[in-house]
Ligand binder design. Structure first.
Ligand code: NI
Ligand code: MN
Length: 229
């Protein structure tokens, strides 16, 4: 079994046969959140793309409560490790075979500083993740502008690409549609839009721009996509 559940903004839950995983679990303070941090008691891994609050989100609380391992860049792991969280640091271009599958850390063009109270802590390089779970490849881009590096994903045979479309901080619908041309996934899920007024976007317009290049799956927060077939 392999399912993807959209939790709103950039957050997803991935369930495989043996594991529950979260990506960018921004739930508290997320007006689109489909779940609460306390809903998760069986999470094994949490993947964090960068240090911004709408991505780190409830990582510390969920990891502390469940003993989940956080997978993030080296700098974020230094920060999270000091919060008592168990981490697996990686860095851009590196891949590692976890018990559930292989994960590669991909480049993203963005920032990653962490705001912790009065302090701004450098959070290293932002990233995306390319998962290979039982041969199914899922790419979560994190927050990023359009980059030529995305062309490197085309030979990876990505089944599902999860791309931000909200503009202002990340790609807009036009650039995200160009990213689809670079990546050539079977399915693309638009994310990181409408959560806040500054990132309004129309996923139907994105779908129109993508045309026949990929199947656009517009997910509402809470929706599930079954990838088992
Ligand atoms: Ni960000
Ligand atoms: Mn963001």
């Amino acid at each position: 079994m392999l399912t993807l559940r959209y939790l709103g903004h950039s957050a997803f839950e991935i369930r495989s046969k043996e594991n529950v995983m979260l990506i960018d679990p921004f739930l508290s303070g997320n007006p689109a959140a489909a779940a609460k941090a306390s809903d998760f008691n069986d999470v094994k891994y949490i993947f964090v793309t960068h240090g911004h609050g709408d991505h780190i989100g409830d990582t510390v609380e969920i990891a502390s409560g469940t003993g989940a391992t956080v997978v993030a860049n080296f700098e974020l792991c230094n920060y999270l490790g000091k919060k008592g969280v168990q981490c697996h640091p990686m860095h851009i271009g590196g891949a590692f075979s976890f018990p559930f599958g292989r994960v590669k850390m991909t480049p993203a063009l963005h920032g990653s500083d962490i705001i912790d109270g009065e302090n701004v802590i450098p959070g290293g390089n932002p990233c995306g993740f390319l998962f290979d779970i039982g041969g199914t490849r899922i790419y979560h881009a994190g927050d990023t502008g359009l980059t030529m590096d995305m062309q490197l994903l085309e030979p990876e045979h990505v089944k599902v690409a999860i791309l931000p479309i909200g503009g202002n901080f990340v790609m807009d619908v036009n650039d995200a549609a160009r990213a689809v041309e670079f990546i050539r996934p079977e399915i693309v899920i638009p994310i990181h839009y409408d959560t806040f007024p500054v990132i309004q976007a129309d996923p139907r317009e994105f779908e129109r721009l993508v045309g026949r290049s990929a199947a656009v799956k517009i997910m509402k927060s809470g929706d599930m996509l079954d990838l088992s077939a």
